[in-house]
Design a protein around this ligand. Structure first.
Ligand code: 3PY
Ligand code: MG
Length: 249
């Protein structure tokens, strides 16, 4: 019912990209990505304006995910009302914070998600309780690991039922480690290994929010990472250049 969650649960590598308000979402949602990310923390997307672009993805193979601006229940509620198949939550540092995020994603009795009849595209259900039970199970929940405190609490965060991915915020993590944007150094690499090991130990996926510039995605795949966002602009440009070269040959 939630293809992106199914793919992650079955151990597949998933690759998405980030949209922007100036780009027609269909362009990216028809390009084969596993997910399209609406980032309301560090991009121009406004969380209250996401329902129309997410509705435009109806029936596409690409799943809409939203990064909320902060680990706040009301932000998560907006994201789910807009129809997100999964929520990315920045700066989750403790078990209690991870539990609060999961609760905000789920309806009573396992959570405290508020309801007002808006529910995204989850198909037909016999009763409203059936719908609520299904989405309680099917939502993808992705806390971000990007602080020293989170690094100390990896097992505690990864073992919270409902957490699907430990997603690294590459730049914030490097800043907290005292090696700003130095993605190749040993200190940084050791932290990545620790996060990948914690995810593997708890049977969930490890992810990189983005692949640091100049680094090869396969390097992270070999480390066991399974969830990536990739910038699509350079790929689109390369495809256009190739097509033009083909015509003019
Ligand atoms: C980070 O690099 O810290 C992120 O959260 C990506 O935007
Ligand atoms: Mg960050």
């Amino acid at each position: 019912m939630n293809t992106i969650k199914d793919a992650i649960k079955s151990g597949k590598t998933v690759v998405g990209t980030a949209g922007s308000p100036s780009i027609d979402v269909s362009l990216l949602a028809d390009a084969g990505f596993d997910f399209l990310l609406f980032d309301t923390q560090h991009s121009a997307w406004e969380i209250k304006q996401l329902q129309p672009p997410i509705q435009a993805m109806r029936g596409k193979e690409t799943a809409p995910l939203i990064r909320v601006a902060a680990n706040e229940a009301y932000q998560i509620c907006f994201a789910l009302d807009a129809g997100a198949r999964g929520v990315i939550i920045p700066m989750v540092n403790t078990r209690a914070e991870a539990e609060a995020a999961v609760r905000a994603c789920r309806y009573y009795p396992v959570g405290n998600r508020s309801n007002a009849g808006v529910r995204g595209e989850w198909g037909e259900f016999k009763t409203y309780r059936d719908y609520m039970d299904a989405v309680n199970k099917e939502l993808l929940i992705v806390p971000m690991i990007e602080t020293n405190q989170a690094l100390e609490n990896l097992d505690a965060i990864a073992s919270v039922p409902g957490v699907d991915v430990l997603l690294i915020g590459p730049s914030d993590l490097s800043i907290e480690l005292g090696v700003p944007l130095d993605y190749a150094c040993d200190t940084y690499q050791r932290a990545l290994d620790k996060i990948a090991a914690a995810a593997a130990k708890h049977g969930i996926a490890a992810g990189m929010y983005f692949i640091p510039p100049g680094m090869d995605p396969s390097f992270f795949v070999q480390k066991g990472f399974k969830f990536f966002t990739m910038p699509w602009g350079s790929w689109a440009q390369a495809g256009i250049r190739n097509a033009l070269a083909e015509i003019k040959r």
